[in-house]
Design a protein around this ligand. Structure first.
Ligand SMILES: Cc1cc2nc3c(=O)[nH]c(=O)nc-3n(C[C@H](O)[C@H](O)[C@H](O)COP(=O)(O)O)c2cc1C
Length: 185
């Protein structure tokens, strides 16, 4: 395979994760919701997310020390775009996206009821990277729609039709299909 050099946008070659919406609490108690795609699980309980420091999500996490990661299905691609907008703190992105807040178990911030999975997190530490901060949270509780449980005890991302943002900032998403075992190749 011949390869071309893409130096200026080399990190954009790393579009390998499904998108998620992070819910946080504003000071006035209204639920904020922001869309994020630059993250990874970084340890047995740790999840690292690159979050723009001016965002409400970042400011709320720093003030409250907690947040919820919500994993959508293909049915909620429009919500990913709605929550990618900055809506003033007196209005919730959840209302704008037609989504429902539901109580969590270990923290105060609500989760998104319609989404296939939710991870309650507590803020642990961060590393500033220019405009963004790499925020690391510790997962304290997880929720998964029972129909999406796979044999490994985790989420079946194919059955759940979890969308990946494949050309951000263009609103183009894709879901995985046709899985192959290494034995088959
Ligand atoms: C598909 C998608 C992925 C995004 N990924 C990120 C990301 O990883 N980091 C980030 O800082 N912003 C990301 N954004 C932009 C934020 O969603 C946007 O700044 C939003 O206004 C944040 O909301 P908030 O101010 O309510 O926190 C993404 C937006 C979209 C639509």
């Amino acid at each position: 395979m011949a390869k071309i050099r893409i130096d200026a946008k080399a990190t954009s070659l790393c579009r390998t994760r499904p998108c998620m919406i992070i819910t946080t609490l504003h000071e006035n108690g209204i639920v904020n919701a922001g869309t994020f795609g630059a993250y990874t699980n970084a340890g047995p309980k740790e999840i690292a997310i690159a979050i723009g420091k001016p965002s409400h999500t970042y400011q709320n996490i720093k003030r409250t020390g907690e947040f919820v990661i919500n994993i959508p299905s293909q049915d909620h691609i429009a919500a990913l775009e709605t929550c990618g907008e900055s809506i003033p703190p007196d209005r919730s992105e959840l209302d704008a996206a037609g989504l429902t807040a539901a109580p969590t178990v270990r923290i105060k911030t609500p989760l998104i009821a319609e989404f296939v999975a939710n991870i309650e997190c507590e803020f642990w530490k961060e590393m500033e990277i220019g405009y963004h901060s790499l925020v690391i949270g510790k997962a304290v509780c997880g929720h998964l729609g029972e129909e999406y449980l796979d044999e490994s005890g985790s989420i079946d991302v194919i059955k759940a039709r979890v969308p990946f943002g494949i050309r951000y900032p263009d609103p183009i998403y894709a879901v995985l299909g046709n899985p192959k075992s290494a034995d088959e190749t």
